[in-house]
Every structure is written in C-alpha cells, then in structure tokens.
Design a protein around this ligand. Structure first.
Ligand code: IDP
Ligand code: MG
Length: 168
C-alpha cells in the first residue's frame, strides 16, 4: 500500500456492527461518537435484524467451532446496527479502537475494554457467545467480503466531511 497521503489507495473502508448487546444497552451513540471523533467517515449505517443465513455467512470462518451456534444465536437475538466506516487505514484503526476480542483482556480506552469485561472462559461455561459490544472487520479482505454481504452498493455513500482536509 502506498505511503503517499494523497494516494487514494491509503483510504480504506471497513465494516462494523453494533451487536445486540450494544443496541439493548443504549450505548450505540456513545460508541459511534468515538469512531466519528477519530475522523472516520460514516459511509453507511442501518439497523437490521440479521437472519441466521446472513450471520452464518458473516462468521463462516468460525463454522465448526464450539461457540459457532451460540454466536449466531446471540447476533440474531435482536437488531444490530451495521455500518461502513471510511478513512486512512480504516481497517486497522477501527480494530485498534475496538480492542481485543476477549473483553477481559481488552485494554482500557478501547471500546471493548471500556464497555465490557467478560472472559471467554465465563461465556463458554455459560454456553453463550462472548458479548463484546461491536464487530469490526479483521483485515482488508474480510472488510470487502462483509461490506458486500451486508450492504447494497446504493446504500453506501460518498461525500466530503468538512474536516477532511485535516484528517487525510
Ligand atoms: P473478533 O470479533 O475480535 O474478530 P473472532 O475470533 O472473529 O473475534 O470471533 C468472533 C466473535 O465470536 C467474537 O467477537 C465473540 O463475540 C465470539 N467469540 C469468539 N471466541 C469465542 C469463544 O471462545 N466463546 C464464545 N464466543 C466467542
Ligand atoms: Mg473476527
């Protein structure tokens, strides 16, 4: 990837989803604010009660694992708010802001570290998915797959933010 800041190739799009626990706890706005504040542009946003079929495809890399069905049940247990965020190296920037998968290990200051605390061990003992507030694509390839899976092309928008000059 080019290091030239004016090269559009450094601008990436990544997929996020506020999981049902975030929606049900009423903390979506607060968390979205953190992402916007970092300069990430909202290119798409919608509420959706995802089908098992969509979730099984979204998490296809985890098919066959012990927690797979618990994960699908959790993610389909209520509406999620799915979005596309755009920015310089957006995929890794968003993962950094989101923090580690296991809330118990996620650093303070990260979304998962600040808004959740359960351990994988606890979730597995309870037979539940780890409720960790937000999903974010793990890499560029995953981002492309997930954006394509969750959004039609005409649901994704291009526009200028007034602070674009300062953040790119
Ligand atoms: P990620 O969301 O940080 O990319 P993944 O390993 O891709 O983490 O796992 C997807 C989601 O599955 C996690 O965010 C979490 O909600 C859930 N999960 C992962 N590992 C476990 C587990 O061992 N038990 C229960 N749920 C899990
Ligand atoms: Mg993942």
């Amino acid at each position: 990837m080019s290091k030239d800041p004016d090269n559009p190739e450094t601008i990436e799009r990544t997929f996020i989803a506020f999981k049902p626990d975030a929606v049900q706890r009423g903390i979506v706005g607060e968390i979205l604010h953190r992402l916007e504040r970092a300069g990430l542009k909202i290119s798409a946003l919608k509420m959706i009660h995802a089908s098992d079929e969509l979730l099984e495809e979204h998490y296809s890399e985890h098919k066959g694992k012990d927690f797979f069905q618990n994960l699908v049940d959790f993610m389909g247990g209520g509406p999620v708010i799915a979005g596309v965020l755009e920015g310089v190296k957006a995929v890794s920037v968003v993962r950094k802001l989101v923090g580690e998968t296991e809330p118990y290990e996620a650093a303070p200051g990260t979304i998962r570290g600040d808004y959740s605390h359960v351990s994988v061990e606890h979730a597995n003992r309870k037979g539940k998915a780890v409720k960790n507030v937000i999903h974010a694509s793990g890499n560029l390839e995953e981002a492309r797959k997930e954006i394509d899976l969750w959004f039609d092309e005409d649901e994704i928008f291009t526009y200028e933010r007034t602070d674009d000059d300062h953040i790119r």
